[in-house]
Design a protein around this ligand. Sequence first.
Ligand SMILES: NC(=O)c1ccc[n+]([C@@H]2O[C@H](COP(=O)([O-])OP(=O)(O)OC[C@H]3O[C@@H](n4cnc5c(N)ncnc54)[C@H](O)[C@@H]3O)[C@@H](O)[C@H]2O)c1
Length: 326
Amino acid sequence: MPPLRVAVADSPFPTLDPAREVLSKIGADLRLASEPTPEAILRVATDADALLVTYAKITAEMIQALTRCRIISRFGIGVDNVDLAAATSAGIVVTRVPDYCIDEVSDHTLALLLALARKIPFANAQVHAGGWEMSAVVPIHRLRGRVLGLAGFGRIPQLVAPKAKSFGLRVIAHDPYVPAEIFARAGVEAVEFAQVLELSDFVSVHTPLLPETRGLFGAEAFRQMKPTAYLINTARGPIVDELALARALDAGHLAGAALDVMAQEPPVSSPLVGRANVILTPHTSFYSEESLVDLQVKAAEEVTRVLTGHAPRNPVNPEVLQQRTA
Ligand SMILES: NC(=O)c1ccc[n+]([C@@H]2O[C@H](COP(=O)([O-])OP(=O)(O)OC[C@H]3O[C@@H](n4cnc5c(N)ncnc54)[C@H](O)[C@@H]3O)[C@@H](O)[C@H]2O)c1
């Protein structure tokens, strides 16, 4: 039997050693595309038994060109860069790693919230430029008693909530798919989306990117927010309409924003770049040295499970597995 081949479409990681070590146990050979273009990815993926992917777009055309692939395993939580329908019709299971950076993203959300509330980046820039006045940061409000509204109440915001509560914030959330007991156990009020917008001093986005959440935070949403409120997005860039956000900031519909994710990464002509009331981080919420090892090991373990005839832990299109056993 020829050795198993695992292609890697793209890698932002300093090393692929943790994944390589897992895959070496089934004798699989790892091949990284020379660049994240469809042509370069297909050069290593066409005859591969599995494909690992981080941010590269895996289109229907690319999926049709895969001759042996049994699994597309995403190094990450969201799978919006993979054409799921095409993978399903090609009989390829798509997997994700839903639980590797929950600590990091929830910490990053709180870091952004605190940086907005205490105006840390702005104050830091003032002092480095020779300033030392309190007047530059006026007004700052006490956090205790303020409202944090979460859009989505999945794994990450469920860890944001207790951290925010330790600062005295009242936490409300909108998630139509999470049962009432989860909200009750977390001591978080379940509310409608409109209430998240109207009641919150900080609105934090934690939904997946889906057709119904693309542009969810647009002009209409910003008009409903408090003019003193801040928006935080650590989920996916296109959930926020950046042009509408820039206009809302200009019109005073909200006070500021902190974004770890953007519609185009890196941003090329975003109207949000260069504003004193906007904090931007380069999609690093998920990152810690420890989370990267967890991520690579878990994504590679999904590959070894599927290539050795076992069911993966986190399939996004499990119907493919039923078709295989039928
Ligand atoms: N910036 C980063 O580095 C980074 C890292 C990890 C995850 N993420 C993103 O963070 C987001 C949240 O991750 P998670 O682990 O909490 O996800 P999760 O899968 O645990 O939860 C997602 C939740 O969103 C809810 N939801 C779906 N549609 C909704 C809607 N229209 N309104 C409200 N809720 C809705 C679902 O019911 C689910 O409870 C995802 O978009 C993920 O891609 C970003």
